[in-house]
Write a protein that binds this ligand. Structure first.
Ligand code: FES
Length: 70
């Protein structure tokens, strides 16, 4: 039986996005689980149409042709 590694958090200082690599519970302000997901990326630039999740709209400020975090 293998154990899952701890989730890791990746900050992108250029866009402000935060990617969590691994399985995490998304909870509301009372701690109730909204959903459990893998590899979620949160928006730090506030341009996302799917806020608080990153949708790649940060490319408008970075000028990058591709997302800076995969
Ligand atoms: S960081 Fe805002 S859309 Fe990606």
């Amino acid at each position: 039986m293998s154990e899952k590694p701890n989730p890791r958090v990746r900050f992108n200082m250029k866009t402000g996005s935060v990617k969590i690599v691994g399985t995490v519970d998304i909870v509301d302000e009372e701690g109730k689980i909204i959903k459990t997901t893998d590899n979620v990326k949160f928006c730090g630039c506030k341009l996302s149409k799917d806020y608080p999740y990153c949708d790649g709209s940060h490319r408008a400020i970075t000028g990058d042709p591709k997302p800076t975090i995969s």
